[in-house]
Design a protein around this ligand. Structure first.
Ligand code: ATP
Ligand code: MN
Length: 437
């Protein structure tokens, strides 16, 4: 291969993303590239619709090029060098007159799904061909929006002085003692996949004070619901010198900023999804567990104090409280060992859930920072403090009072996009049945 040939091979440059073209570039030579969405032969002309991640344009081919694309399958990859010109089309404000057409990769038909979405494919077929499904503009909009959501969350937390951290996902002992851990062989040892960063993030407050992590966590639960996955993305924070009502405010700010950011920055995505994202009304209502039980009582659902709110109870509450609200001050017996009691009523705890109607979005609270109390609670909950020595020792090194929460990103995305099934807002979801692709 001579040098010229290798140079040609290496040249994959485009002058523009399609979304950056406009009619004022008339007469200008441009190089664009992407996927063939449509091809229409009209005598000596062929109209090719070309899509890249930013948009779609009409390309007109005449002469030699017509033969070149004659047998070209839709969704093949091409690079087009051409000139921007006026168009008679009603669908496009301008078109590109092709001068050079390079076919870079051919799509093999039949494709497993129609990526344009003209033919509705069921969710299983789409998930089995997820990468291709991203050329469906509705699907692409979800994941572009998810990117904006992550950006917004990071910005809010960084502005509030939180430091982003990464904690291990392979762990040696059950962090919260739960039965819902995946176990795995770790050479000749037994290991687990982390179900949350809870213990690590608490430890980190002794040096970094305010930390957050956005990461995948794992729950070995055979849940077949639209809101549970075995691998989900959690946004976690922990801060010292904050009580639970302080981190509630951080959570409300994070959520409200996400909605505002998406409302402003995801105009096209909202259009593609047929939704209007609006800033939720603030402050979010704060309902105590006891008030919730009383409200349910009026509806003929009678709970004893300390009874958990089951799915059916949350659905009833969700009918009465649409949108976001906090459920605060839960009975301590319903909460994990690390949650702090309310000093004036030790049967209750300094804890909260963020709800959206029936759906739980986040759980959080004030944590115990006194190692003796923590040991007592471990024993009370049937856990063995000796299995928590690595964690407990940090409590003797100057553990500040601290609070935090974990927010399910996938559930937040499902609320934002108004799509019930979290599988739709996760690229490659994992559930008890789905391990591929
Ligand atoms: P649920 O009762 O709905 O199963 P949880 O109380 O067990 O949730 P937490 O341990 O409080 O969940 O986790 C914090 C947040 O993480 C939840 O409020 C939820 O948004 C998200 N989350 C937890 N488990 C899952 C899961 N299996 N799939 C998706 N998101 C989850
Ligand atoms: Mn919870």
């Amino acid at each position: 291969m001579n040098l010229k040939e290798s140079e040609r091979q290496l040249d994959l440059k485009r002058t523009h993303y399609i979304g950056n073209l406009n009619a004022s570039l008339k007469g200008q030579k441009v190089v664009i590239g992407g996927w063939v969405e449509d091809l229409r032969e009209l005598g000596k002309l062929t109209f090719l619709t070309l899509r890249d991640v930013t948009g779609v344009a009409q390309v007109v081919i005449i002469g030699e090029g017509v033969k070149q694309v004659k047998d070209l399958n839709r969704q093949s990859v091409v690079r087009v060098t051409g000139t921007v010109q006026e168009t008679k089309s009603r669908d496009f404000p301008f078109e590109i007159k092709s001068e050079k057409m390079e076919i870079l990769s051919r799509a093999v038909h039949p494709l497993p799904i129609d990526p344009i979405g003209r033919l509705e494919s069921n969710i299983d077929n789409r998930l089995n061909a997820r990468a291709l499904d991203l050329r469906n503009q509705k699907t692409a909009a979800i994941f572009k929006m998810r990117h904006h959501v992550l950006q917004s969350i990071r910005k809010t937390l960084v502005d509030l002085g939180f430091i982003e951290v990464n904690t291990p996902k392979i762990i040696g002992s059950a962090s919260e003692g739960g039965a819902n851990l995946f176990s795995l062989k770790y050479f000749d040892k037994q290991a687990y996949l982390a179900q949350s960063p809870q213990l690590y993030k608490e430890q980190l407050t002794i040096g970094l004070e305010r930390v957050f992590e956005i990461a995948s966590f794992y729950r070995a639960e055979k849940s077949h619901t639209v809101r549970h996955l075995t691998e989900f993305t959690s946004v976690d924070i922990e801060s010292d010198f904050m009580d639970y009502l302080d981190v509630i405010e951080v959570l409300e700010t994070v959520v409200v900023n996400v909605f505002e950011h998406v409302e402003k920055n995801c105009i096209e995505e909202q259009k593609a999804l047929g939704i209007n994202v609006r800033r939720p009304v603030t402050p979010f209502e704060r309902l105590t567990y006891e008030e919730a039980v009383e409200e349910l009582g009026h509806e003929g659902i009678h709970l004893g104090s300390g009874d958990d709110l089951l799915d059916s109870h949350l659905r009833k509450l969700g009918e009465m409280h649409k949108g976001f609200y906090f459920l605060i001050d839960w009975p301590i017996n319903l909460k994990p060992f690390y949650i702090h009691e309310k000093e004036d009523d030790p049967a209750l705890s300094r804890s909260f859930d963020l709800q959206y109607g029936y759906l739980e979005l986040s759980s959080g609270g004030r944590r115990l920072h006194d190692p003796n109390k923590l040991k007592e609670r471990l024993i009370e909950q049937g856990l063995n403090p000796s299995q928590f020595t690595d964690h407990l020792k940090a409590f003797d090194w100057g553990m500040p009072p601290h609070s935090g929460w974990g927010l399910g990103l996938d559930r937040l995305m499902s609320i934002l996009t108004q799509i019930d099934n979290v599988r739709e807002v996760v690229l490659y979801p994992r559930d008890p049945e789905r391990l591929f692709p």
